[in-house]
Every structure is written in C-alpha cells, then in structure tokens.
Design a protein around this ligand. Structure first.
Ligand code: ADP
Length: 182
C-alpha cells in the first residue's frame, strides 16, 4: 500500500508515521528527514536544500525527485510506503504517479490530517527546530496553502482521500488514521 500522510507543517505527520511504522509494518519515507540527513552528511543536495528549508521554502523539485527515486527503488519500498512530506506540489504528485505507474502501482490513500493553524504554530515553536521560528513558520504555512494544498484536489475523484481531525492526543489520532486504512 502507498499511503500519503498529508497536512500542514506541525500537524503531527512525523509522530503518526513513527507509530504506523511500528504497528503497521509500513516502510516510512520522510523527505524532510532525508534532507536533514543529507545536510548532516554535507552532500551537495543536502546543503542546497537546507538553504531553502531555512527560509521556509520548498527545496528544488529536482533535488526532491532524485531522493525520492533512489529511496523508492530500494527493495524495502517495493510493495508500499508511508510517504510523509511528499508530494508537496502538483509537479511532485505527477512525478510520483509516473514512477508508480511504471511499477503497476498507485497511491492508495491520502490521509489529510487537519489542525488549526494557531494550534500548530504553538506546537512548532515548542518543538524548536532551526526552521521553527515565527517568521519562517508563517512562510511555511503560506507555501503550504499555495503549493501543497492543491495536491489534495489533484487526488479528488479517485476516492483515495480522507480527512482526520488531528487536534487530539496521539493515540486518538492514530486510531482515526488507522480506521481509514483498513
Ligand atoms: P514540516 O512538515 O514540519 O514543515 P518537513 O520536515 O516535512 O517539515 O520539511 C522541512 C523542510 O524540508 C521544508 O520546509 C522544505 O524546505 C523541505 N522539504 C521537505 N519535503 C519537501 C518536498 N517534498 N519538496 C520540497 N521541499 C521539501
């Protein structure tokens, strides 16, 4: 199964992904984590992407697609994946479809986790990652609304999208997500 965990910055995608990996045995792939790792390893893509992340902008699509192709080609991802932070714009969504179509696969579920912007801004500031500063957070939300939210419409009509209220404790949100992937 290919499942996309979708939602604004800070809605809890990473937290829920960790639980799903543990309990549902799905390989997890977070483009954000992959970019932070690449930055730590000081690869050219990692250093380039960090310049964008530090401003709350999306990293270049070519960098993202290189990482995505490499990752999805690994045997661990042959039969499915839990995608977190990808696709983040319409171009990436189209490229993902192309990659999966070549493998006779497709996106099975898009789980849209929803939480009020005021609540997640507070969560992010408490988390305190370098890109969790108020003005950068505001830009990430703007980019989310402009570039990422339209991805939901892209999947409309395929019967794969569902919405989950993410303003609850971690277990409750997990149960809500799980109810949508049975
Ligand atoms: P969050 O969802 O909390 O904003 P992520 O860890 O998913 O954080 O991503 C951090 C940063 O990495 C983003 O702000 C962006 O710069 C970059 N990034 C992650 N995934 C993508 C992607 N699919 N396309 C472009 N940039 C990305």
């Amino acid at each position: 199964m290919f499942i996309i965990l979708f939602g604004a910055p800070g809605v809890g995608k990473g937290t829920q992904a960790a639980l799903m990996v543990e309990r549902n045995n799905l390989p997890h792939f977070s483009t954000g984590d992959a970019l932070r790792q690449a930055k730590a390893e000081q690869t050219p893509d990692g250093l380039l992407a960090a310049q964008y992340a530090d401003r709350g902008e999306l990293a270049p699509d070519e960098v993202i697609m290189r990482i995505v192709e490499q990752t999805l080609n690994k045997p661990a991802f042959a039969r499915g994946a839990l995608l977190d932070g990808f696709p983040r714009n319409l171009y990436q969504a189209g490229e993902l479809d192309t990659i999966l179509a070549k493998r006779n696969q497709s996106v099975d579920r898009v789980i849209n986790i929803k939480v009020d912007e005021a609540v997640i801004t507070k969560r992010l500031i408490e988390r305190g990652r370098p890109d969790d500063k108020p003005d950068i957070i505001a830009n990430r939300f703007k980019v989310y609304r402009e570039s990422t939210e339209p991805v939901l419409n892209y999947y409309d009509g395929r019967g794969v999208t569902c919405e989950v209220d993410g303003d609850a404790d971690v277990e409750t949100v997990y149960n809500r997500i799980n109810a949508n992937i049975q």
